[in-house]
Design a protein around this ligand. Structure first.
Ligand SMILES: [Ca+2]
Ligand SMILES: [Ca+2]
Length: 280
């Protein structure tokens, strides 16, 4: 059944066409090392995430769990900034000069989708040239750590009681999924934030991560700042989407998509590393 769902996911993806690199260049003030929230020149809001150790994966009794989610101890050694919301259609337009999203009627505050992992790298390159910063995608571990915001439950604000497309009180309060989304994306930050001030870490759109997908379980091996080094042909996506049943949107759930594919279920958010002893 899982294989079938992955096949459906892959089938939903469409081949992407490459975009030319931009000519924008510049520098903007960076957040201070001890700073709180940070808003960049494009109006992207970032929240600080503390360094720490957490249990990545899901316990054996979590409803809807997959077999590739073994609990293991992961340390995030450096605090970092993560975008409080998904990248919006308006933010993509401002950097790339176009909007490839399917749900344009949803408006500029809705998450950009129908962007491939490869196109996201072009977006990041342009944004970094324009701002003089070093934005990047979160790693899979950073995404799950941020989605949990210290919680060990299926969602950042509590446990899961509904795995299919029906009412789950915790998820309904925090995220857009098939039960409440009405078959479309929604403006970002329309639901409750988690304990670290992050929105839509469950649902709305899936989010690309930096990691290659190697198809294996974590096992019980502890890790520090893990990121898959495998130059695999697939990339990790996290968080589930407007189309998915509740179980897909759990903090521990993992899925993948080919880096050159696009679909209207997948978007992304950015991380801004905090460099100790530097300007951020
Ligand atoms: Ca999301
Ligand atoms: Ca999964």
């Amino acid at each position: 059944m899982k294989k079938m769902m992955l096949a459906v996911m892959a089938a939903l993806c469409l081949a992407a066409s490459p975009l030319a690199a931009g000519e924008l260049q510049g520098v903007e003030p960076a957040p201070g090392e001890a700073g709180g929230a940070y808003t960049n020149s494009l109006g992207m809001l970032f929240k600080p995430v503390p360094a720490g150790t957490f249990l990545m994966g899901s316990p054996g009794d979590e409803a809807g769990r997959d077999m590739d989610e073994s609990l293991h101890r992961v340390t995030i050694s450096q605090r970092f900034y993560i975008q409080a919301t998904e990248v919006t259609q308006g933010q993509w337009q401002a950097v790339m000069g176009s909007n490839p999203s399917r749900f344009t009627l949803c408006g500029p505050d809705c998450p950009v989708e129908t962007v491939s992992w490869d196109e996201v790298q072009l977006f990041i390159n342009r944004l970094n040239l324009r701002t003089g910063q070093n934005y990047r995608l979160p790693t899979e571990a950073e995404f799950e750590y941020a989605a949990r915001a210290g919680a060990s439950t299926a969602f950042g604000n509590g446990g899961i009681t509904e795995t299919a497309c029906d009412y789950d009180p915790v998820l309904d309060a925090m995220g857009w999924y098939c039960y409440n989304a009405g078959e479309t994306t929604h403006p970002v930050a329309g639901k409750l934030a988690n304990g670290w001030g992050l929105y839509d870490m469950h649902g709305n759109v899936w989010e690309w991560c930096a990691d290659a997908w190697d198809g294996s379980d974590y096992g019980a091996v502890p890790a520090t700042d893990p990121v898959s080094p495998t130059p695999g042909e697939n990339r990790v996506i996290r968080g589930g989407s407007w189309e998915n049943d509740a179980w897909f949107t759990r903090a521990a759930n993992r899925d993948w998509c080919k880096p050159f594919y696009r679909n209207d279920l997948v978007g992304f958010r950015l991380v801004l590393p905090i460099i100790k002893g530097g300007t951020r």
